[in-house]
Write a protein that binds this ligand. Structure first.
Ligand SMILES: [Zn+2]
Length: 245
């Protein structure tokens, strides 16, 4: 055993380390793990992978009976109904999962490209309508509030010193309140626009990332796909989670 003691940071004297901090260094040529440990580790990794596999979301459904398709180990997905009802069309529902995934991925990429095209177009429209960015407009609105507040305070001081008629002051106050309310409303609208723009920026970033993927990811299934219906002849129909379809 080593490191049973450590320097006490205050007094500089050596103190006993707690047992859990001891570091075992004797017999350093011992294999890091034994063979049974290795076997256990490998099989637990296999179990973990199987569990992960179970966590994969099924997106495929039978176009004949509507049930979730069964994923066979040999890579095919099919409708289990075919074993129960041999006369049903369900027996024609069978597709290689990888082929189906690739077809869905291709559609995801197509949708992502469409989204990016539309997004680019709407950005151009926004820019044409108002060349200043939203954050610039927010800043200039905030800046216009400050001088208004300052001159209001100056006016109030004059009134407090008895240099202004009460009626004149009350009129000014009314105007000032109305101006302030309008500025607040403008700010709120601008902040909402900013949030919307940030939201569509996030979506655009996501769409761009999807274009780089080489397989259908759980993230895509989660975010984009309600389900995929498989019809006879390996025809698939994607039900998207987003609107526009
Ligand atoms: Zn079926």
């Amino acid at each position: 055993m080593q490191l049973k003691t450590k320097l006490d940071s205050v007094g500089g004297k050596q103190v006993k380390r707690p047992k859990e901090e001891w570091v075992r260094v004797e017999n350093t040529h011992e294999p890091i793990i034994t063979y049974p440990q290795y076997i256990r580790a490998v099989s637990s990794l296999k179990q973990q992978k199987a569990a992960e596999r179970k966590n994969f979301k099924n997106i495929y459904y039978c176009g004949c009976c509507g049930r979730a398709l069964f994923n066979a180990n040999y890579g095919t997905i099919f409708c289990k109904q075919r074993s129960f009802k041999t006369d049903s069309d369900c027996r024609d529902i069978e597709i290689y999962e990888h082929d189906a995934d690739m077809a869905v991925l291709a559609s995801v990429k197509k949708e992502a490209e469409l989204f990016l095209d539309r997004d680019k177009l709407s950005r151009q429209v926004v820019k044409r309508k108002s060349p200043l960015s939203v954050s610039d407009r927010i800043n200039s609105t905030i800046k216009s509030i400050e001088p208004a507040q300052k001159s209001w305070i100056a006016l109030y001081d004059k009134y407090a010193d008895g240099k202004l008629e009460r009626e004149f002051f009350l009129n000014e106050k009314k105007q000032y309140n109305a101006d302030m309310e309008q500025l607040e409303q403008e700010l709120a609208a601008l902040r909402q626009t900013q949030e919307e723009q940030e939201g569509s920026q996030r979506k655009a970033d996501q769409a761009l990332a999807f274009l780089d993927e080489e397989e259908l990811t759980e993230d895509m299934k989660e975010k984009l796909i309600e389900k995929v219906i498989v019809y006879p002849g390996k025809r698939i129909e994607i039900v998207w989670k987003f609107e526009g379809h």
